[in-house]
Ligand binder design. Structure first.
Ligand SMILES: C[S@@+](CC[C@H](N)C(=O)[O-])C[C@H]1O[C@@H](n2cnc3c(N)ncnc32)[C@H](O)[C@@H]1O
Length: 218
């Protein structure tokens, strides 16, 4: 990846680490794991939602699995990162995506209109840094905008929330425990597959969920 892209990401993280939630852009192995459902599906056209596009490393991988008539909406709350994403869409991803329509929305995912229209959601949001109610609200949004039978993939950095819970105290500790409870509740109900990606900074676990629960492992 271009040095300037990493630079913009690091500046965003330094400005607002709570929202950015990472120390480095996503690696290619993480992007491959996040897109594996999209890569292996057989239906066309597809509508994909990416949440928290950041520098576009995962957008780049998504674009490889798109073609004409497909559609990708990317929500990115940070205006600088959204600007970078728009440039990368124009200069790099538009060609890879073979005529698919890619739109970058420079706004919070909480502002999306709640209509079921996506086949895939690829979520890069740093849940560990959010309030438990905020995480629940985001899962409810995903459930509302995903079509029946659609797939949602998201990742969490390994051990980070547990470590944050251990080193913090009082309200911060309660917040971490609350986020864990909400994430666990959704995983118990809807997760059908997970991968561990060590080649990422920091290593991450990727979760794949379906809200109809057809493949939940119980
Ligand atoms: C962990 S970073 C994503 C990294 C990205 N995959 C990459 O490779 O650059 C999380 C991103 O989510 C964005 N974000 C945080 N809260 C958001 C929200 N409520 N709606 C949309 N984007 C959000 C942040 O600005 C940040 O770019």
């Amino acid at each position: 990846m271009h040095l300037r892209t990493s630079g913009i990401f690091i500046q965003s993280a330094a400005r607002d680490f709570k929202r950015t939630g990472a120390i480095a852009p996503s690696s290619r192995p993480l992007a491959q794991s996040m897109t594996q459902q999209l890569a292996t599906h057989g239906c066309r056209p597809v509508h994909v939602l990416e949440v928290g596009g950041g520098t576009g490393n995962i957008t780049s991988e998504i674009s490889r699995y798109l073609s004409a008539d497909d559609r990708l909406d990317v929500f990115e709350i940070d205006p600088r990162l959204a600007g970078l994403l728009r440039r990368r869409v124009r200069d790099e991803f538009a060609a890879t995506a073979r005529g698919a329509r890619i739109s970058v929305h420079s706004k919070a995912i909480e502002l999306i209109s709640l209509r079921p229209r996506y086949d895939f959601i690829i979520s890069c949001l740093p849940f560990t840094n959010f309030q438990p109610n905020g995480v629940r609200k985001i899962f409810e949004i995903y459930q509302a905008v995903l079509k029946p039978g659609g797939f949602c993939s998201f990742y969490e950095y390994m051990f980070v929330r547990r470590a944050a819970g251990l080193v913090s105290s009082g309200p911060a500790r309660q917040r971490c425990a609350g986020v864990s409870r909400v994430v666990r509740e959704y995983l118990d109900r809807y997760c059908f597959d997970r991968d561990v990606v060590f080649r990422n900074l920091p290593p991450a676990t990727v979760y794949h969920i379906r809200f109809d629960g057809r493949f939940a492992r119980g």
